[in-house]
Design a protein around this ligand. Structure first.
Ligand code: FAD
Length: 534
């Protein structure tokens, strides 16, 4: 039995009525079309309030669902996995508490966005990179790291870069790492593992507390960043390219950021308008249509794209080595710096006829500069166009607002794929078959996490206003998950719309232990109930 009205009364007294949203306001703001019942929402503006909020929730047994900026797009957004939670929106706690310029760390409240950190570092004249993602400038660093999100800067694994965090536990008490308690706060913000059992990790992809601050390591922007683009003309070049990439990551990986391999459909979604005829027909692009589209835009069957960081001579030599290694499996290889991309952009603007004949218009140049921004730790919204590829409408002005509304439906299937050429081919075949069978284009990206493993991201794009479309994407996701599992391929991260796929694994000892920890810390199941099936 919860006593929600009493808790709401106490929260209003604590935060002010304007910071406590009614169920309708909360559902409109955080519900984004999933039909989830949201009991209320709290928007604290002062960090110390969080502990009091949790204490009130504990006293009245009201479940809370904490979010940082709540833009977990494609993974359920800000939707709690269960009905009747109160969303605890921490986006207004957005102070950058400290930047240690000497050691290269930043201590952040949950609402700090990529864009805010960039502006702050620029204001201080500090040469650090923001760990950017494709989700743009207005998403948090804390929520993304807690979900173990990744990007393509040198600190690609964002939870890997978390040095320390603080959290409010379900009973309202505080967790702080032990090195700080021993007097080593500064060193504790520079060394991930602390001393004794590693506790910080318990707060990622879990529901054991509300994270109120986080210290992340920042990579320094190197003197030279150079991107490489390797176009594979034919499908049979994929396996040798994966093999070449694995070798390169072993020998040259130290200076490389994450490398992406994009299949033709994914390339088309980034570089080509969706053909009107196929949009009207309502069925996915056929192989021959895709081939024509890619040819018209001067693109290959796949693209391998990555970046190299370092002193200019080292980076240039590494790019030369990389391009040489791909020569046997690729017809066209391009190296690009910011200077060269800027020059191409001005040439494309001055000679548009020539530029479109060689398939390099101002749009392509702008996209390449945006990609370089992301590689250099400068947040950029370029990737947010993705959900609008098949909308047939222009991009809305307020992009994040547009995505938040759930109008453009998006669901990610994001599995880990061993870096073994045959497995990659089998994975691609599986995703292509299942997606096409459900009426989705298979848009596949593989991002290297190491020389052993890719994270793949496969977005299912649909009309978010239609419940049958949502159902179709769920069916497709479920089949991808089930068939992937049979081949040993499982997601690195799941969204609130898909936790049901983790149910029924009760003989899993790791899950059993996590549930025991949950029971110990949160016996009334008050923080994010149901998250990751805990
Ligand atoms: C086009 C596009 C491209 C994208 N590209 C990327 C990409 O390159 N890499 C990537 O990782 N993601 C990507 N995403 C997915 C997603 O949008 C981002 O990961 C985004 O950063 C997550 O939203 P957020 O930062 O607002 O986190 P939130 O939504 O605030 O947090 C995520 C979840 O973590 C938990 N949580 C958050 N804060 C707290 C807290 N303080 N205490 C306890 N629990 C908490 C909550 O359960 C929450 O639902 C992309 C999405 C789109 C649409």
């Amino acid at each position: 039995m919860t006593t929600l009205p009493s808790a709401l009364g106490e929260w209003r007294a604590l935060l002010g009525a304007e910071s406590v949203l009614t169920p309708d306001q909360a559902t409109a703001r955080y519900g984004s079309g999933q039909g989830r019942r949201i009991a209320a929402a709290l928007r604290p503006t002062q960090a110390p309030s969080v502990q009091r909020i949790v204490q009130i929730a504990a006293r009245h047994r009201v479940p809370l669902y904490p979010i940082s900026t709540g833009r977990n797009w494609g993974y359920g957004g800000a939707n709690p996995p269960q009905d009747d939670c109160v969303v605890l929106d921490l986006s207004l706690l957005n102070r950058i508490l400290a930047v240690d310029a000497e050691l290269g760390t930043a201590t952040l409240e949950p609402g700090v966005t990529q864009g805010q950190l960039r502006a702050h570092l620029d204001r201080l004249g500090l040469p650090f990179m923001v760990p950017t993602t494709g989700a743009g400038a207005n998403v948090s660093l804390v929520g993304n790291a807690l979900e173990r999100g990744y990007g393509i800067t040198p600190h690609a694994d964002h939870f890997g870069a978390v040095m320390a965090l603080e959290a409010v536990l379900p009973d309202g008490s505080l967790y702080r790492p032990r090195l700080g308690a021993l007097g080593g706060e500064r060193v504790g913000h520079s060394y991930k593992w602390g001393i004794g059992p590693y506790i910080d990790g318990l707060f990622s992809q879990s529901n054991f507390g509300v994270v109120t601050q986080m210290t992340i390591a920042l990579a320094q922007r190197p003197p030279h960043v150079e991107a490489f683009y390797v176009f594979l003309d034919r499908p049979e070049q994929l396996a040798p390219a994966v093999h070449a990439l694995r070798g390169l990551l072993r020998t040259t990986g130290g200076v490389m950021g994450g490398v992406n391999i994009l299949n033709g459909y994914r390339l088309a979604s980034m570089a080509c308008p969706y053909p009107a005829a196929a949009l009207a027909r309502g069925t996915p692009l056929q192989a021959h249509e895709l081939a024509e589209l890619l040819q018209d835009h001067g693109l290959g069957a796949y693209l391998v794209v990555g970046s190299v960081y370092g002193e200019a001579p080292v980076a240039r030599a590494a790019v030369a080595t990389i391009l040489r290694a791909f020569a046997p499996c690729s017809g066209r290889r391009v190296r690009l710096t910011r200077g060269k991309a800027g020059l191409l952009q001005s040439l494309a603007a001055r000679f548009p006829g020539l530029a479109s004949r060689v398939g390099f218009g101002p749009d392509q140049a702008a996209r390449m500069l945006s990609a370089l921004n992301l590689m250099e730790g400068i947040p950029d919204d370029v990737a947010l166009r993705l959900p609008y590829w098949k909308s047939g409408t222009p991009l809305p002005e307020d992009l994040p607002g547009g995505l938040q509304s759930g109008e453009r439906g998006l669901m990610w299937y994001a599995p880990l794929v061993p870096m073994v050429p045959d497995t990659v081919l089998a994975f691609e075949a599986l995703v292509s078959r299942v997606c096409l069978q459900h009426g989705f284009e298979p848009l596949i990206t593989l991002t290297s996490l190491s020389d052993r493993c890719f994270d793949s991201s496969v977005p299912l794009l649909f009309d978010g206003r239609s419940s049958s479309e949502r159902e179709r994407s769920r069916r497709c996701f479920d089949m991808l998950f089930d068939e992937g599992r049979q081949r040993g391929i499982v997601p690195y991260r799941m969204g609130s719309q898909a936790f049901h796929k983790l149910a029924g694994q009760d003989d899993d000892p790791a899950l059993a232990l996590a549930r025991r920890v949950k029971q110990l810390l949160d016996p009334d199941n008050l923080i994010s109930p149901g998250r990751y099936n805990l």
